[in-house]
Write a protein that binds this ligand. Structure first.
Ligand code: N7H
Length: 431
């Protein structure tokens, strides 16, 4: 198996920047003047953060991804555009029914500035002030770069590293079967071939799948969704359902997620958090083989259905065809105007088989797990119920506390591909 060419892959795809780069920035844009954008890109490409290990930690990172409409705007030849997969070409809005983005989450209700996007520049910094400076620079550069910034989203990992509902997040990630690519060996995970996340490498099917022409190799697909969280609504509902005391509410919330709020997996410790300050790796070291009936961790709990681990087959063969690398970060409430939430980000080699499958099949429906039409309580559609296995079982009616506010499917080109896109002799970018 070929090792990943780290110098040609953008950073954060395989090996994350980590929680200490906890101040993030998403600058979403539309391309107004493709030639000017090419010039800007040509000047910036040397500053794009790659997957190479750092000799010295930079104060901030810089990455770029383009949607299908963005690639089209850059004047890539029709045959190259045609070689991209359908889900990416259609874009997230077109896929709304499949993703169950209905009701409050339907695209017609999305934030206007998060629709029709051509691309996103992302940056992560260790210091808030560095991120703020980066924001000023990028926004000031935009019009000279031929771009209209539609929205700048700041994200911040809070001190306690919890997401808005109050759960520890970012604990579980797939381990990549590549000696250099990272993330590094993690107990409890069956490593996944790099071709599941980066184009041009062997995947779990044992083949190197076809890649888009000219710009495909060493690229990855990035799904970005702004997911608003109704935190008060969630906890009011949980407390009302749980009925009795605070401990019952904690128990019910843990059953819904599959982990206690401190990250302790239920399958390992069903009666309460371990509370022993376990490392992130240790919190990820578990399987479901010893809990086939879901009495410890419900079969429809969020983490069990989004990564069933050994539940479907002991070698994780089926599971590992549907893994995603999550790089989301929380954003804070903006006064009364906006609730807090998660800028959900995931990387994969095939949007349809990975993100879309997880969202529509494993989260949107319970059929795969013998749960009828039970959806995921956290980010599934507002229909039906959640089943908590036990004697007797318990049923929780579905309510939606996570609303999609917008998003898009992006392509993260490798560095050589970015140079290609920046070269006016290679594309027919209009002025
Ligand atoms: Fe989920 N949450 O806070 O409740 N997620 N998630 N997620 N999620 C996970 O194990 C959450 C969403 C996955 O490998 C944890 O790292 C919230 C979408 C996957 O064992 C918590 C939202 C999708 C995993 C949350 C949200 C996924 C996972 C435990 C929306 C895919 C890893 C922390 C606002 C389409 C499972 C951890 C594994 C874990 C929450 C969305 C997928 C606490 C609030 C849309 C694959």
């Amino acid at each position: 198996m070929t090792n990943v060419v780290q110098a040609d892959v953008q950073g954060n795809v395989l090996c994350g920047y980590g929680r200490k780069y906890g101040h993030g920035l998403f600058v979403f844009f539309r391309i107004e003047k493709p030639r000017a954008f090419q010039q800007w890109l040509a000047a910036q490409v040397g500053s794009i953060t790659t997957a190479l290990p750092w000799e010295r930690e930079p104060p901030s990172t810089l990455n770029l991804a383009l949607s299908f409409q963005g690639l089209k705007k850059m004047g890539l030849p029709g045959q190259v555009l045609d070689s991209f997969p359908t889900a990416f070409c259609e874009g997230m809005e077109e896929r709304a029914d499949l993703l169950r983005d209905t009701g409050e989450s339907e695209p017609a209700r999305w934030d206007e500035h998060l629709r029709g996007l051509h691309g996103v520049v992302t940056s992560q910094a260790r210091e808030r002030a560095v991120r703020d400076e980066r924001r000023r620079e990028l926004e000031a550069d935009a019009s000279g770069a031929g771009l209209k910034v539609t929205w700048t989203q700041e994200t911040d990992v809070p001190e306690d590293e919890r997401e808005p509902f109050g759960f520890a997040d970012g604990l579980s990630q797939p381990q990549i079967r590549d000696p250099a690519a990272g993330p590094w060996p993690r107990p409890g995970d069956v490593p996944v071939a790099p071709g599941e996340f980066v184009l041009g490498y062997e995947d779990e099917g044992g083949v190197v799948p076809a890649v888009p022409e000219l710009v495909g190799v060493n690229g990855s697909y990035m799904v970005v969704r702004k997911l608003e969280q109704d935190v008060d609504g969630f906890w009011d509902f949980i407390r009302a359902e749980a009925g009795a005391d605070e401990a019952s509410a904690e128990w019910l919330a843990a059953k819904i997620v599959g982990r206690w709020r401190d990250g302790t997996p239920l399958v390992r410790s069903p009666l309460g958090p371990e509370g022993d300050g376990a490392t992130r790796d240790a919190l990820n070291d578990f399987t479901y083989g010893g809990d086939p009936d879901g009495f410890r961790c419900p079969i429809g709990a969020h983490i069990r259905r989004t990564n069933p681990r050994d539940s479907l087959d002991s070698e994780w063969r089926f599971t590992n065809r549907h893994r995603i690398i999550r790089r989301g970060m929380p954003y804070a409430a903006n006064g009364r105007a906006e609730k807090p939430g998660l800028m959900f980000v995931c990387f994969q080699a095939c949007i349809e088989r990975q993100f879309e499958f997880v969202q529509s099949q494993w989260m949107g429906d319970g059929n795969f797990f013998g749960l009828g039409s039970d959806p995921d309580f956290i980010a599934g559609p507002e229909e039906g119920k959640m089943t908590i296995q036990g004697r007797p079982p318990r049923f929780v009616p579905m309510r939606r506390f996570v609303t999609t506010r917008g998003g898009e499917y992006f392509f993260v080109p490798g560095i050589a591909a970015l140079r290609h896109l920046a070269d006016p002799t290679q594309t027919a970018a209009p002025q």
